[in-house]
Ligand binder design. Sequence first.
Ligand code: ATP
Length: 341
Amino acid sequence: MVTHSSKWTIATLGSHSALQILKGAQDEGFKTLAICKKGTEKVYKQFGVADKIITVSDYMDLLKIQDKLIKDNVIIIPHASFIAYIGPANIEKLKIPYFGTKSILEHESDRNKEKKWLEAAGLKLPLIFSKPSDIDRPVIVKFHGAGGGRGYFLAKNTADFEKKIKNHEGKEYTIQEYILGVHMYAHYFHSPLTGETEIMGFDKRYESNVDSIGRISARDQMALPEEQIDPSYLIVGNIPVVVRESYLPRFLEMGENVVKISKKIAGRGLYGPFCLECVITPEGVIYVFEISARIVAGTNPYIHGSPYSWLRYDEPMSTGRRIAREIKNALKDDKLKEVLE
Ligand code: ATP
């Protein structure tokens, strides 16, 4: 077994949080590889984070070059775009060393399994309405698949739902209680080597058009055509946030409980980076409406570390670098098998 980080290459697809993942790997002494779709290589060249770039016409080509990558001691770090483009079924069959528990992905992508997991961890979730006729409060209607929040709509009652769903015939959806409060995305890292769950940071999202509607007066909103004024949630960026300090113990406990339950439902359980997507109400109740069981783009503002990683590490420690540090520590202790699948 090659135990020095310089003999290993950390790779991911050139998208989502690849800049941070690759920069973090370089900082920990690894070689880096970006697998880019034609036309996107420019960015990874410009920022100097990739020692090598492989250009593909389709991300699925990754599956064809696996054997070569294995020979070159490549380790794959998944992110949301990686999971969306390669797909959980192919990831399950992937032969290249992979950072993370593959079987956790189905508990993240299947809304019923996700609900069971989070509820077992004692988290508070928005209600789900299984039939439109049950709607008795404002709801958000979410479509399945990687739409990135495009087209999600709010409905105030069953009649409103029936009217708005007409524009979305044939699509699968979930009707969820709409929670009015501020959004808070909590980033964690669970180390299988130390057994500790660390708080890495928080962010909020910048979503179009919901984050722009409030910039025009109610009078002007009323003057716009309905389809323009209906909120949609297409994420276009992330904004760093520091959470009220007295909320930290609760956030930490939530992360720890999610990891604890994950070990009962999926192999070695959840490890590495993950995120709880929350809304906090004026009463201080923290609702969790989703979990991301991998690095989230909300960690991208913290390439040089967040206030929390600064407190803990006293050196720049992005989530990407924290992943590389875990792999490096595992190499040092001859425990690579504990962090790779
Ligand atoms: P991703 O997979 O990138 O997290 P998604 O398509 O699964 O996105 P969600 O994150 O579930 O979508 O929701 C998109 C946005 O909708 C959220 O960022 C938030 O602004 C809003 N939202 C989702 N659920 C609720 C809820 N129950 N109450 C209030 N707002 C919500």
